[in-house]
Design a protein around this ligand. Structure first.
Ligand code: AP5
Length: 215
């Protein structure tokens, strides 16, 4: 299965991707997670990316295109892939098309997860993250022990870009730079709308139902 998850910040891409990756046994490729790992490790890429991420802006296309090309050429993608957070601009989508032609793995579907702006702000403002990759919400998905990761016991933190002013900027960036991709994939007849306002389990069930047609 070759899938891309599309949608605004906080739509639930990462949450759904974790389960879908297990269900279809395909790697979850989150460009946000890869960039954050580089920031944590203090790499040159991470230092460059942080400048943009902290402001709610997109990291330059050339950086992302190189990164995704390398990742898609890794051996675990032979079974398929689940893209989360890529592509986010038309040049990224054009580059992706060429990369996928080269590796012979065209996309089956782009799942467009739709959620209202009000709900997105509430979800992102309450998100708490763990360095192990787990993600929680203070109200919608709280950890068993306040501020502590269920999976690894580490202290949870709030992402720098989950502060209210940065959230608003990320939504504006999404509307300006990323939303136009909806028509790009609609024209290719691979865009499928998913109502992301339901519970996590209900959204997951809807995605599986939709993906049945691509088996
Ligand atoms: P990235 O990490 O990709 O951030 P994003 O797209 O803004 O997505 P999020 O991770 O914020 O949200 P999500 O949709 O995954 O929601 P989640 O499942 O966590 O990118 C960060 C930055 O990196 C970008 O701003 C940019 O600077 C840079 N970057 C990354 N990719 C790039 C690219 N291709 N080009 C250029 N720059 C790039 O859920 C959110 C919260 O809601 C959680 O608390 C969760 O528990 C809760 N939740 C989820 N689903 C539900 C539900 N159904 N009901 C109730 N709560 C829910």
């Amino acid at each position: 299965m070759n899938i891309a998850l599309f949608g605004p910040p906080g739509a639930g891409k990462g949450t759904q991707a974790k389960e879908l990756s297990k269900h279809y046994a395909i790697p979850h490729i989150s460009t946000g997670d890869i960039l954050r790992a580089n920031v944590r490790d203090g790499t040159e890429l991470g230092m460059k990316a942080k400048e943009y991420m902290d402001k709610g802006q997109l990291v330059p296309d050339d950086v992302l295109i190189g990164l995704i090309k390398n990742r898609l050429n890794e051996s675990d993608c032979e079974s398929g892939y689940l893209l989360d957070g890529y592509p986010r601009t038309i040049p990224q989508a054009d580059a992706l098309k060429l990369i996928l032609e080269e590796i012979g793995k065209p996309m089956d579907a782009v799942l467009n997860i739709e959620v209202s702006d009000e709900e997105l702000v509430a979800r992102l403002g309450g998100r708490r993250t763990c360095s192990c990759g787990e993600s929680y919400h203070v109200k919608f998905n709280p950890p068993e022990k306040d501020g502590v990761c269920n999976a690894c016991g580490a202290e949870l933190y709030q992402r720098d870009d989950d502060m209210e002013d940065v959230i608003r900027q990320r939504l504006a960036t999404y509307n300006e730079k990323t939303k136009p991709l909806m028509n790009y994939y609609k024209d290719q007849e691979i865009l499928v709308d998913i109502d992301g306002s339901n519970t996590v389990d209900a959204v997951f069930a809807d995605i599986l139902e939709v993906m049945d047609q691509f088996k």
